[in-house]
Design a protein around this ligand. Structure first.
Ligand code: NAD
Length: 498
């Protein structure tokens, strides 16, 4: 199987990176001033640059957003929705460019963007375009026949959305669509490790929305992110990222009692019972463990396998890991590309080396650095499986966020559930079984915001958004997190009732 192709070098889409990718502030594209390099995960080379903000630019952007907020909130849902549909049309026309940018920038295989990130982004724009006309709100009987009640859901005003690097396009577009549909204006802060695709989106839609309704600001979290998070005119902060950053944001906003929503990390248990359909469990567990090189918050990185099938499951997972095509993310044939960057690459190898050195389970496959020219030149980590891993050890407990899974044998479902729940995270979880009883018991007892039964990952992130349990999440999800509720009480006899 080809892992690198020579004609990649002549791809005309390289010209997208000829200039500086801009930011969007008050309806203007800003490419002058400070920049940061785009370092390609494919080969560690500098392939382009994007504009970055400082505190003064961030303040200017917030002022422009604040000015735009009342006008945007005053539009009808239908009018706001039409803007979102226009953005979808533009994005779809440029799909191939988005594939290219994420592949070059963060090493995401082009097929990952084509068949997942792009459709998710487009359906989010369409879904929230509709939701803009139906924001919800309910009416209840309040115990006095002369008083009627209705709840009205209102936007906050200026909403800051801080993005992770692992799915910059879909996480960004999905959240942007919800913020705007709810009637807020959006300040999007992509990760400093993955700013290319969202900056490119900004350049395509700069003149679609009224000035200030959408702001795209690049830069380091510790500088631009921190400034925006604490800005008094930013009414609500939503972060998708690591737990440590989430805690920091809570601390930084506490004195302002700011509305905060956090969608954070996970270390997700995948329970495979002996009565499971093994072909299906292997297929989904491989996808769940290694998709996007394990850099998905809901990846199934802790696989718990019932003893009767443990040996066979381990052998077949190893086989599937060996067959995974790890190569140039620009090729359609590639299933797994490199990981995002130097620090993350070193972090993942740190976990692998730690596990090998300390005997945290037995290394069944992977765990060795590539030596061929392509993969030694980029930040590639092979699909890696550790077997017979003791619950509670470092690689079983901490979020590695790479293509590394642990296998732990267990006897009974009760034992598996106890291991599964013995974590500070609670993002996703799953079980493979042919027993309805097992499935229902796991669904009741797993302590996580999502439970997958006989599959991994799930459609329906828009219609049924999940809030992580424990340290994995806080403060609401979906469009609701961008809305505040006002209860309105109306007396109809215009006088005292006693
Ligand atoms: P990260 O926490 O390092 O960074 C996330 C964002 O926060 C970046 O844009 C960064 O610039 C910004 N940031 C950092 N410090 C900040 C500060 N002090 N103030 C404001 N902003 C700051 O996370 P990451 O490495 O980009 O992403 C990986 C993590 O995200 C993993 O833990 C993963 O599980 C999690 N994640 C969760 C979900 C979910 O939906 N729950 C989705 C994707 C990723």
């Amino acid at each position: 199987m080809t892992i690198v192709s020579p004609d990649v070098k002549t791809d005309p889409r390289w010209s997208l990176l000829d200039g500086t990718l801009p930011m969007l502030i008050g309806g203007e594209l800003l490419a002058d001033g400070p920049t940061s390099n785009i370092v390609s995960s494919r080969d560690r080379s500098v392939v382009g640059k994007f504009a970055v903000a400082d505190a003064a630019i961030a303040d200017k952007a917030v002022a422009a957003a604040r000015k735009a907020a009342p006008g945007w909130a005053g539009l009808t849902g239908f009018e706001r929705g039409k803007y979102l549909l226009k953005i979808a049309e533009i994005m779809e026309a440029h799909a191939a460019e988005f594939e290219f940018l994420d592949a070059v920038d963060i090493g995401k295989p082009v097929t990952g963007v084509r068949y997942s990130d792009m459709p998710v982004s487009l359906s989010a724009l369409a879904y929230f375009a509709g939701r803009a006309q139906d924001l919800g709100g309910r009416s209840v009987e309040v115990g006095d026949p002369m008083v009627s009640h209705r709840a009205r859901l209102e936007p906050y005003g200026v909403v800051l959305e801080v993005l992770p690097w692992n799915g910059p396009l879909w996480t960004g577009v999905q959240r942007m669509a919800a913020i705007l549909a709810a009637g807020n204006v959006a300040i999007m802060k992509p990760s400093e490790l993955a700013s290319a695709s969202f900056s490119y989106l900004a350049s395509l839609i700069a003149d679609v929305l009224p000035p200030g309704v959408l702001t795209v600001l690049n830069g380091k979290g510790s500088v631009v992110g921190a400034r925006l998070v604490t800005h008094p005119d930013v009414a609500m902060v939503s972060l998708t990222g690591g737990v440590e950053t989430g805690v920091r944001v809570l601390q930084d906003t506490a004195s302002q009692v700011k509305r905060v929503s956090l969608e954070l990390g996970g270390k997700n248990p995948n329970i495979v019972m002996a009565d499971a359909d093994l072909d299906s469990a292997i297929m989904w567990s491989t996808m769940g463990g290694f998709s996007n090189s394990g850099q998905i918050c809901v990846c199934g990185s802790r696989i718990l396998v019932q003893k009767g099938i443990y040996k066979e499951f381990a052998a077949r997972l190893v086989d599937a890991a060996k067959k995974r095509v790890v190569g140039d993310p620009l090729l359609d044939s590639t299933e797994m590309g490199p990981v995002v960057g130097e620090d993350h690459y070193n972090k993942i190898w740190g976990y692998i080396d730690h596990a090998v050195k300390n005997g945290e389970g037995e290394l069944l496959v992977g765990g060795e650095r590539y030596t061929d020219e392509l993969r030694a030149g980029g930040w590639y980590v092979p699909p890696t499986v550790f077997g017979n891993v003791t619950p509670g050890c470092v690689i079983e407990k901490e979020e590695i966020f790479g293509p590394v899974v642990t296998l732990t044998p267990f006897e009974t479902l009760d034992e598996a559930l106890a291991i599964a729940n013995d974590t500070t995270f609670g993002l996703a979880s799953g079980i493979f079984t042919s027993s309805v009883e097992n499935a229902e018991k796991a669904a009741r007892e797993l302590q996580a915001g999502q439970v997958y039964v006989n599959q991994w990952f799930a459609p329906g992130g828009l219609q049924a958004p999940s809030q992580g349990y424990k340290t994995s999440g806080l403060g609401g999800v979906g469009i609701e997190k961008y809305l505040q509720t006002k209860n309105i009480f109306i007396r109809s006899n215009n006088g005292a009732s006693w």
